[in-house]
Design a protein around this ligand. Structure first.
Ligand SMILES: Nc1ncnc2c1ncn2[C@@H]1O[C@H](COP(=O)(O)OP(=O)(O)OP(=O)(O)O)[C@@H](O)[C@H]1O
Length: 228
């Protein structure tokens, strides 16, 4: 469903993506692994259309390289940020309602339960009062409510406890069950077990892409062979 061809991206004179090629199949959980600074977040931002880049991005057979973020979002692509949202004064229910495809309180309640949060959190503010883990789950709830075709999740596993880690893994599997393809960005190999396939990014290049177990072994052996 997504094909990235020879993607190149330069920011402030630095080449961050150096000709990235990879594909995500329909209804697949695809893990993008890479050490810090390998370009994972930049790749997701380029696919979302946040930064202009050279190369081609094909989504469901259409060339979307020159489309805006909003046009891509309308086509069913979404990106959940690494640092979850903070909006002082905005209630969780209102934050979620903006992105929800089905705008009903019962849908919000169902999803908030799915991500393991209590119903009353809907009436709290999306701000400092919530922990990082809670805001991560709210971010995940907002992605679920969008019902996207492709969800790119940037490090949903960072800064969370083991219990939340299991719950987030379950939610990602359910996303797949609901027909969403998932591009999962992480530098932890623990999340690889829920993936179907994986890609290793290193210094802005794809060094391997393929079956989960094969990539898991490769990453353990040599997480970034291009780095000296
Ligand atoms: N605005 C910018 N200008 C110049 N270089 C940048 C800019 N933003 C990011 N970079 C550089 O691009 C490289 C890739 O960053 P990116 O955040 O995409 O990596 P990452 O793999 O997601 O890292 P992490 O695992 O630490 O989140 C890094 O070396 C970073 O310093």
């Amino acid at each position: 469903m997504l094909k990235v061809e020879n993607l190149r991206l330069v920011r402030e004179g630095k080449e961050i993506l150096k000709g990235v090629n990879f594909e995500i199949a329909q209804n697949e959980i695809h893990l993008v692994l890479g050490v810090n600074g390998s370009g994972k977040t930049t790749l997701a931002q380029a696919i979302m259309g946040i930064y202009p880049c050279d190369g081609r991005i094909i989504f469901e057979g259409k060339d979307i390289t020159n489309l805006s973020v909003w046009e891509r979002a309308r086509m069913g692509i979404t990106l959940a940020f690494q640092e979850p949202a903070r909006f002082e004064g905005l209630l969780v229910k209102d934050y979620l309602m903006v992105s929800a495809k089905t705008k009903s309180m019962s849908k919000l309640e169902e999803i908030i339960k799915m991500v393991g949060l209590p119903r009353n959190i809907l009436f709290q503010e999306v701000g400092e009062n919530l922990s990082g883990g809670e805001r991560k789950r709210i971010e995940l709830a907002s992605v679920l409510l969008m019902e996207p075709k492709l969800a790119m999740l940037d490090e949903p596993d960072s800064g969370i406890d083991m219990l939340s880690f299991r719950l987030i893994s379950e939610v990602i599997k359910r996303m797949k069950g609901m027909g969403t393809s998932v591009m999962l960005i992480t530098h932890s190999e623990e999340m690889i077990d829920i993936a179907d396939r994986a890609t290793i990014l290193c210094s802005g290049k794809v060094v391997a892409s393929g079956e989960r177990e094969e990539i898991k072994k490769l990453f353990k052996y040599s997480p970034c062979p291009l780095k000296r």
